[in-house]
Design a protein around this ligand. Structure first.
Ligand SMILES: Nc1ncnc2c1ncn2[C@@H]1O[C@H](COP(=O)(O)OP(=O)(O)OP(=O)(O)O)[C@@H](O)[C@H]1O
Ligand SMILES: [Mg+2]
Length: 443
């Protein structure tokens, strides 16, 4: 039968439990010191009882501990410290030091007010629980979480790379089909243009010959005086067809047709240049030619909505993948024109800034609200209606420019317009484009 008021039983329990237990009076004299404290401190009960705590153990954090104990005396309430905030009170060695990492015992401490019959606190009992195992597990858990977090970051990076590759693939497929279409159309148009052009040359020569003959006939008109009927018919027809205007207009018509044909030829050439989609080689390229050929390809989209101003500076050819830059210029130009609601201006400027070529494409469109400005380069971010935009144009452009060692920047003011700036290095530091390119080539 357990006697709760049996002092020797209570003392037995206090000594046997694996919890450090000691008590101090108001003068900080030790009045209780259990076996756990004796074993771990190396100081038995007989050596410390009646002694002042801080004289016996000068290494204790006196200022803090004194305050803690005093507060229990005054407030008459339990107090607690966790190993996570203060790893230990007494520098005891851990029971199983081999378990790794932590040598000193991690302690959770409770400060218990010991009250007399008048509810006055006569002593403070302090208990020390060994939390080293928990601390060790927590440490391992933290390490495992850290590893997991690192893995998560790594996975995030991989997913991003995968996403980029996927987008790049989508866009290049899109570009490849545009390119194929363009190349096919260009090829089909090339043939008829060839013979129309050649026919037009012959026609022009025939017309000159006929006009020459007509002049001779005109000179021989007086000889028809004896044939008044014929002369009258000739004069009537000349008047009806307005021969002077016809002669003048004929050559103009032919020369205008030649001009028109030439323009078609340039467009076809641009389409062919633009459609070299398969080419991924680094080449020396004239960016003005890249811009012009791209501009011609998208001219139909632009010409009814925007006036295009070119402010081309003096820039050198640079090593690049021209078809990819064409793709960037096309994305920026299409975005610019799509941002213009009625009619506006698109200004393309180029200049050299130290070791960089700066190409800006500025529009007078609606502008980009500040709150979405940091999202526009995200894949699939679009404000355009379903079916009109995939939201890939800028993210692809960004990665292409990045691949060229350059940067793509944007400035925008809602209601005024947007300027995209492409910076490309004059030199490619890591690659040697001469190895791959046959020499400077147009885009
Ligand atoms: N010049 C611009 N003026 C105003 N907003 C722009 C301009 N350029 C891009 N944006 C904004 O950035 C978004 C993302 O552009 P991005 O080119 O990546 O995709 P998209 O044009 O919507 O679709 P896609 O290019 O795939 O057809 C656009 O939806 C638009 O809101
Ligand atoms: Mg776009």
């Amino acid at each position: 039968m357990i006697q709760p008021d049996n002092p020797s039983l209570l003392r037995f329990i206090v000594d046997r439990i694996e919890v450090g237990t000691f008590a101090v009076d108001q003068e900080m004299r030790i009045i209780l010191w259990n076996r756990f404290m004796a074993v771990h401190s190396g100081r038995g009960e007989e050596a410390v009882l009646g002694q002042k705590l801080f004289e016996c153990f000068p290494d204790l954090p006196r200022k803090w501990l004194e305050k803690k104990i005093q507060s229990v005396f005054i407030l008459k309430n339990y107090s607690f410290t966790s190993w996570e905030h203060r790893p230990y009170l007494f520098p005891f060695y851990h029971n199983r030091p081999i378990t790794g990492g932590i040598d000193l015992m991690q302690q959770n401490c409770t400060f218990i007010p010991v009250k007399d019959a008048n509810d006055s606190v006569t002593a403070v009992c302090v208990t020390l629980f060994d939390y080293t195992d928990t601390a060790l597990f927590q440490g391992r858990l933290k390490l495992a979480i850290k590893d997991l977090e690192a893995e998560r970051v790594e996975q995030g990076k991989l997913i991003k790379k995968l996403e980029e590759a996927h987008n790049q693939l989508l866009q290049s497929e899109k570009m490849a089909s545009i390119g194929q279409l363009a190349a096919g159309v260009a090829h089909e148009i090339n043939n008829p243009i060839g013979f129309v052009n050649s026919n037009l040359g012959t026609l022009s020569k025939y017309v000159q010959d006929l006009l020459r003959l007509l002049d001779i006939y005109a000179q021989s008109e007086p000889a028809l005086a004896s044939e008044p009927q014929v002369l009258a018919a000739v004069r009537k027809t000349k008047q009806e067809i307005d021969i002077d205007f016809l002669k003048e207009d004929l050559s103009q018509l032919i020369s205008e047709s030649k001009d028109g044909l030439n323009r078609v030829r340039v467009i076809v050439q641009d389409l062919k240049d633009f459609s070299h989609v398969g080419e991924t080689d680094w080449q020396w390229a004239d960016l003005h030619k890249c811009l012009d050929s791209t501009l011609n390809v998208v001219t139909n989209e632009i010409k009814y909505k925007a006036e295009v101003l070119k402010e081309y500076g003096d820039i050198p050819e640079i090593p690049c993948i021209p078809t990819q830059l064409n793709q960037v210029f096309m994305n920026l130009l299409i975005n610019a024109v799509q941002a213009i609601s009625e009619h506006g201006k698109i200004t393309i400027s180029t200049r050299r800034e130290d070791d960089w070529i700066k190409i800006t494409i500025a529009d007078t469109g609606v502008g980009i609200p500040a709150e979405i400005l940091n999202k526009i380069f995200d894949p699939f971010f679009t404000t355009k209606p379903i079916g009109k935009g995939t939201g890939l144009g800028l993210s692809i452009s960004y990665s292409i420019i990045n691949k060229h060692g350059g940067r793509l920047e944007v400035e925008s003011l809602v209601g005024s317009g947007t300027t995209f700036s492409v910076y490309l290095p004059v030199q490619q530091p890591k690659r040697n484009p001469d190895d791959q390119a046959a020499g400077p080539q147009p885009c």
